[in-house]
Design a protein around this ligand. Structure first.
Ligand code: ZN
Length: 363
């Protein structure tokens, strides 16, 4: 059992998180690769996807830990990564006996500018469609919810009874069906929520180009991709959607415990998604034994999260938004995806580290 982890692994901004990540990776003797996305952070520094690769030990097995697919959610995933980099730098005996890779802030723009989406309003975890797939369409039922999710500013009232509206929509459509319609991924409204893009984003292109080299010769890969915002506060589910084979499924259950493993869309906190990592990863890995889990940690209620997303998206795309208002909605977005509460931070860091420990003990 490890000691209680200090919550200061949570960085206060992207630049600080990146610096700590690179230092930690250097202190562990990792190979480091930084891929620019052609954007800058609020201080004008170039934004990069940073990858740390340890080639020590058994090359046939690889643990892959990724953070920040959803930008602002990356503060938690980054904290888990920093915690292990710290531990492995100071205690080489604790390092994995096999290859390991950490991908820091796969959507660095969202992490730096406090958005869940990237520089083009694209949800990266809806953008990872397989080669040749059609970036068009929207889920059944989306049209009926479009104006609730993506209102035009002029029609907004300060006194809009938003909670009531979402509650009524949930009654009308059914809670599960509504979640599927809202969040499965849409490709027709570029300024809307959960937009999957009109083609592969820069981060997607980086993945396509370099993913194989990160995995090296590994034939057995466990990929843990950290997310926040779904589920009860400070609890987690390990989500998978790609049909695993029976051996992989049994291994997941034994390693992490059946109560934590869920299939997206089936009794889980997540809808079944289009263009997500857990389809793209196993597809790209081909014949390799590749297992993906989206480690989803709860923060606030679904209504709190969706209203914060809606408000931030509306403000970002409206010329009527003041800087003060923008700061306020972004602060709220950060809070719903990475609560400031010290007890939440301690708890999720502890649970995140526990998941990684379980993976290391069984890979
Ligand atoms: Zn996420």
């Amino acid at each position: 059992m490890r000691d209680i982890l200090p919550p200061d692994y949570f960085s206060s901004d992207y630049a600080g998180a990146r610096e700590r990540f690179l230092n930690g990776a250097r202190n562990c003797g990792c190979e480091i690769a930084s891929y620019p996305i052609g954007q800058v952070d609020p201080d004008g520094s170039p934004l990069t996807v940073d990858v740390a690769i340890s080639t020590e030990g058994d090359a046939s097995r690889c643990l892959l830990l990724s953070s920040g697919v959803h930008g602002v959610e990356g503060y938690f995933g980054s904290a888990v990564q920093l915690c292990f980099l710290d531990e492995w730098a100071s205690n080489p005996d604790a390092r994995p006996t096999h290859r390991w890779v950490m991908v820091h802030a796969l959507n660095p723009y969202g992490m730096a500018w406090l958005r869940r989406v990237n520089e083009d309003n694209v949800d990266l975890n809806r953008n990872l469609l397989r080669d040749g797939a059609d970036y068009h369409g929207r889920p059944e039922g989306y049209d009926a919810l479009h104006h609730l999710l993506n209102p035009t500013r002029k029609k907004l009232s300060r006194w809009e009874p938003l909670r009531l509206k979402f509650a009524l929509a949930a009654i009308r459509h059914g809670r599960k069906h509504m979640q599927q319609a809202i969040s499965a991924g849409q490709y027709d409204h570029p300024q809307g929520l959960f937009f999957g893009g009109h083609g592969p984003t820069k981060s997607h292109q980086i993945l396509t180009q370099h993913f194989d080299s990160w995995l090296g010769d590994a034939q057995r890969i466990l990929h843990i991709d950290f997310h926040t915002g779904l589920g009860r506060p400070a609890t987690y589910q390990l989500l998978t959607q790609h049909p695993t084979n029976e051996t992989q499924w049994r291994w997941l259950m034994q390693t992490f415990g059946a109560e934590f493993i869920r299939i997206c869309g089936q009794e889980s906190v997540s809808a079944e998604l289009r263009g997500s990592f857990d389809d793209w990863g196993p597809w790209h890995a081909g014949q390799r034994d590749y297992v993906y889990v989206g480690a989803e940690f709860g923060t606030y209620s679904p209504l709190d999260v969706i209203t914060a997303l809606r408000q931030e998206n509306l403000c970002v795309h409206s010329a009527l938004t003041s800087q003060e208002e923008l700061r306020r909605v972004k602060a709220r977005l950060l809070e719903v995806f990475c609560p400031a509460s010290l007890s939440w931070r301690r708890r999720v860091l502890d649970l995140g580290a526990q998941v990684v420990d379980q993976a290391l003990a069984n890979l």
